[in-house]
Design a protein around this ligand. Structure first.
Ligand code: SF4
Length: 386
């Protein structure tokens, strides 16, 4: 039985740890201190130079600038980053270069700078097409600003853009979520990511829920939101290629496919994670602390990080978690082995001759199911070629 690595590509991720304000649900690492932008860029450049020796012989397929809010960097700062990137790393001719942006910080000047640097994909954090929901989430843009940002991006010559949407917002109805999806489609998105609102400890949202100030939609409404999402997006020609991600043909995110298909990536910037197969299978993550990041690099050292050598068992676990969320799924042979050990799992999959992927019921319980499958396979690891 096989559970191979599906992606042989390597991607480069840069984390930009700045936001204008903190959204009430967000647990990503970001700072609101604008004075540190230039020092961050200088440190990032030093980090690139330190890693360039190790990755000298690798050719990257993608660059993804995420955050935080990368669109807060001005043209000069982003220009410096790209200059050093191109001096220190090699990229495929058709490299995908994506940047995340929030509507309020998209200007014609910034988009022109992106286009000149070769950025060919924008991921826009719109989240909802309803002002009341945006306000609740603590976003600083409204729907009119999102529409303007889309016009600027398209007029700037970047037609490949994703719109992020959130569902399961307190007070949101199925109808309102459907309207947000239709809004994104009608505004020309080629890719739509729809994430259910997750409640992370330490966020304002977590407190509001704990104190009973707000309530999440019920389970039935959640199911209906999942269902309506599939129905509307498939009607407009979008294909789901991962539980939360839909694209028109040819517009899948190449960078995200590297993560989901267990390829390699180098992450730069505070809190960024990396994963490589050689000389050993190892993942590491920079600490989420901008000041320590700047201090270490100013002394010529790698930023503080946590490192994990990945053994067979965790490789198996990760691949199950990642693969069953994708529309490729896992091989029929492997799935049949799992079903032979626990027949009840079969009802969560649909299979063809070669692969099995989650059906609608399976998607509702993907994480629990992944763990169950791992527990079944773990004692039989020797039979699985990873
Ligand atoms: S803009 Fe994005 S990264 Fe920044 S606080 Fe909001 S959700 Fe988090």
């Amino acid at each position: 039985m096989k559970l191979p690595r599906y992606s042989n590509s390597i991607g480069l991720y840069i984390h930009v740890p700045f936001c204008r304000t903190k959204c009430i649900y967000c647990s990503f690492y970001s700072e609101v201190n604008f004075d540190l932008h230039d020092r961050y860029v200088s440190s990032l450049i030093k980090e690139m130079e330190l890693y360039s020796k190790r990755f000298r012989n690798r050719t990257f397929s993608t660059i993804y600038i995420g955050g935080g809010t990368p669109s807060l960097l001005n043209s000069r700062q982003i220009g410096r980053i790209f200059e050093v990137l191109r001096q220190n790393f090699q990229f495929e001719d058709q490299v995908e270069i994506a940047i995340e942006a929030n509507p309020e910080s998209v200007t014609p000047e910034i988009v022109k700078g992106w286009k000149d640097l070769g950025i060919n994909r924008v991921s826009l954090g719109v989240q909802s097409a309803h002002d009341d929901e945006l306000k609740f989430l603590g976003r600083i843009h409204d729907v009119a600003m999102a529409e303007q940002a889309i016009r600027i991006i398209e007029n700037g010559g970047i037609s490949n853009f994703n719109i992020d949407l959130i569902f399961g917002i307190p007070g949101q109805t199925v109808e309102k979520f459907k309207e947000s999806i239709e809004w994104a489609v009608s505004h020309g998105a080629k890719h739509i990511s729809t994430y259910s609102l997750t409640v992370e400890k330490g966020t304002i949202l977590h407190k509001l829920l704990e104190n009973g100030k707000v309530k999440l939609p019920g389970e039935e409404e959640f199911r209906e939101m999942y269902r309506i999402r599939e129905e509307v997006l498939s009607r407009y020609g979008f294909k789901r290629y991962e539980i939360s991600n839909f694209a028109l043909p040819g517009f899948e995110s190449r960078h995200n496919r590297i993560y989901w298909f267990h390829g390699e990536y180098l992450g730069l910037g505070p809190s960024a994670a990396s994963f490589v197969y050689s000389p050993q299978i190892v993942r590491w993550q920079n600490d989420a602390n901008l000041i320590e990041y700047i201090d270490s690099l100013s002394q010529g050292n790698f930023p503080p990080l946590g490192e994990d050598f990945v053994n067979r068992s965790s490789l198996l676990l990760e691949r199950i978690f990642l693969y069953i969320r994708t529309s490729k799924g896992i091989s029929r042979e492997l799935a049949d082995f799992v079903f032979s050990k626990d027949r009840s799992i079969k009802r969560f999959f649909e299979c063809d001759d070669t692969d099995c992927r989650l059906n609608f019921e399976g998607m509702m319980v993907a994480d629990t199911l992944s763990l169950e499958i791992y527990q079944i396979l773990e004692p039989h690891q020797d039979l699985i070629e990873l």
